[in-house]
Design a protein around this ligand. Sequence first.
Ligand code: TXA
Ligand code: MG
Length: 322
Amino acid sequence: MTPTPVTPESILYAAELLRQGQLVAFPTETVYGLGADASNPEAVARIFAAKGRPADHPLIVHIASPEQIDDWAEDAPDSARKLAHAFWPGPLTIILNKKAKAISAVTGGQNTVALRIPANPVALDLLRAFGGGIAAPSANRFGRISPTQACHVAEELGDSVACILDGGSCSIGVESTIIDLSDEHPAILRPGRITRSKLKAVLQTDVRLSSKSQIRAPGMMAVHYAPNTMAMLCPAESLITMIDELCAKGKNLGILAFSPAMAETPCEHLIRLPEQAENYETALYSALRELDNLQLDMILIEQPPENEAWAAVNDRLGKATA
Ligand code: TXA
Ligand code: MG
């Protein structure tokens, strides 16, 4: 499936495809989504078929305005409205107790629903043109690296999608932060660009890092976001030695590094990522995908710092190298 350039006409066409129960891949500020009409169980079933994803894994419902929270969620707490006000449109997904409109094909049979307003003009135009909620996971095959460009979606999903809207590269590049507000203790189910400190500052209360059952957020499973090539995290101090040893054994290596010292490393497939956490985050998936496509023996990844700014990166790298 060749990506479609974004025009007012192609947005209307994509909205019409959604109404017909077809799948439309679209850009968000985080990663590309694989969208279907969230109110149509057959359309939603197509998402799971296209991704090869187990049907009990719930999907995020993307909406166009905060007023739509109450269409999908029962008794949404003030905390949800505060977060929506502070961070939407933006890379935050809020889990709330669901209303009947959130069908079990979308919620994976749970009594909660995940909601988000994406901060991407194409996504917002599509949501407005369509009018309803768009259920959308990341537009990759189950367990694979999330797509941050339209060509990645084409690579992942081929013709199982009716249209891929090409909105260029995603500005954030990792999936949204997920916060669970379905009970009185807010908990982060997946770290993202909206950090725990930012959430705490708005909520004026503690926000836990979740210890909830893994199945509730398959993004939390060990083997998620994984490249096909074996990937390994390596502290900067030992990276050079490691590269030397493996090269001496004739291994064909890919390297993902960010510290300036690594720029001199004699390795053909070295991608130097930005030193700043958010810029690194934005570039990560496409770099990982590029190395993964080279049929290398192994990808060595320089271990980033262990602090909050790097939480989303460390979470994804942990999974990519599990
Ligand atoms: O940035 C994003 O969130 C992207 C873009 C397209 O919006 N979407 C995305 O979707 O990453 P997906 O399906 O790859 O990841 C959504 C995560 C999954 O781990 C899913 O289990 C979790 O959200 N989730 C959805 N509904 C949930 C619910 N009711 N309770 C707990 N987790 C839920
Ligand atoms: Mg995903």
